[in-house]
Design a protein around this ligand. Structure first.
Ligand code: NAD
Length: 356
């Protein structure tokens, strides 16, 4: 297959592309605008592979996207490009509306024109796979409740509202124009190459430097965590075998309170990085509770039984095994972290190639 991946220089997109190049024969075009969250150094290990290409472009740029589609001739689009950080969406929602809603709309329109231009057999096989989040469902209050594919949407933050809007657009393009779409809604991801503004890498890197470990409120918010490589495997399953028009929830059966995640990282660091910054007795002593985020959802948890039953996908990592791998990865990849933290990954782009 020829797969066009949007947002492939981001955390999940780069894990997906590494997985595709390592484990399949597919050809991949990575279309990414390279915002602060896009880092081509996360793709260094596959750079130069003849089945991988990159183009720097904005999904909202209809003309450029249309050109890329005509030249690359994808059999499927996997759409991950988005503004993705909730705190940033609270401080400045405009970019989220522009990329997640307007960008998705422009991408859908460019895709529809391309799809209509395909010969009948390729048109029938074509797929537009939209990658979304469980945050569109809002907050879970009952302890036993889980999000299913039919849970009504009730997004709380500008980020989740913009993702919910994009999901609605994708569904409408299927119902109205017949575009063969697939939608996946996934729980919180973690793993290697995660941008250090997100909870798990932030805690690991702050702890190693002896900095405070900020925890919102009392840390009792519950998230359902999935190792990013399990997500990449699920996405490949869905784009290859998913039923057109369907939504699949993806989750790891790993509900954890934020405070327990932070304590778990501290415990792993005691074992894997025992040489602590001067004067620090226990990594846990760095935990600092900070004012809660406005509109913070208390609990998210995914019922992933549909994708397990229909497509035979199950996560390979437990939270314990995945978290250990993640902490070890950050300990082994200090150069990647340093270049993200000091901004050099943006100033001196390594491996940026633009060719289709
Ligand atoms: P990320 O922020 O790490 O990466 C986003 C990528 O999109 C970056 O490479 C960025 O340069 C690119 N991008 C942003 N705006 C663009 C534009 N206008 N045109 C082209 N490229 C653009 O995000 P992520 O964590 O990898 O998430 C990827 C997708 O998965 C998002 O759609 C997100 O909503 C969804 N998702 C994320 C999680 C999670 O836990 N991270 C969970 C579920 C779903």
């Amino acid at each position: 297959m020829r797969l066009l991946v949007t947002g492939g220089a981001g955390f999940i997109g780069s894990a997906l592309i590494r997985h595709l190049i390592r484990n399949t024969e597919h050809h991949v075009l990575n279309l990414d605008k390279l915002t602060y969250a896009g880092n081509l150094e996360s793709l260094a290990e596959i750079e130069g592979d003849p089945r991988y290409q990159f183009i720097e472009a904005d999904i909202a740029d209809h003309e450029r996207v249309s050109e890329a589609l005509l030249q690359f001739q994808p059999d499927a689009i996997m759409h991950l490009a988005a503004e993705s950080h909730v705190d940033r969406s609270i401080d400045g929602p405009a970019a989220f509306i522009q990329t997640n809603i307007v960008g998705t709309y422009q991408l859908l329109e460019a895709t529809r024109a391309y799809w209509l231009s395909l010969p009948e057999n390729r048109r029938a096989a074509f797929r537009f796979h939209h990658i979304s989040t469980d945050e569109v469902y809002g907050d879970l209050h009952g302890v036993d409740d889980l999000f299913t594919e039919t849970t009504p949407y009730a997004p709380s933050s500008p980020y989740s509202a913009s993702k919910a809007s994009s999901d609605h657009l994708v569904r409408a393009w299927h119902r109205t124009y017949g575009l063969p779409v697939l939608i996946t809604n996934c729980s919180n991801n973690y793993g290697p190459y995660h941008f250090p503004e997100k909870l798990i890498p932030l805690v690991i890197l702050n702890a190693l430097e002896g900095k405070k470990l900020p925890v919102y409120g009392d840390g009792s918010q519950i998230r359902d965590w999935l190792f990013v490589e399990d997500h990449a495997r699920a996405l490949l399953k869905v784009v290859s075998e998913g039923k057109v028009g369907e939504t699949y929830n993806i989750g790891g059966h790993n509900e954890q309170k934020n405070i327990d995640v932070v304590r778990g990282i501290c415990a792993l660091l005691e074992e894997l990085a025992p040489n602590k910054p001067a004067g620090l007795e226990r990594y846990e002593d760095l935990i600092t509770f900070v004012k809660d985020r406005p509109g913070h959802d208390l609990r998210y948890a995914i019922d992933a039984s549909k994708i397990e039953r229909d497509l035979g996908w199950v996560p390979q990592e437990t939270f314990q095994t995945g978290l250990r791998k993640t902490v070890q990865w950050y300990l082994d990849n200090k150069e990647w972290c340093r270049r993200v933290q000091d901004g050099s990954y943006q100033r001196e782009r390594l491996g940026s190639v633009e060719k289709i």
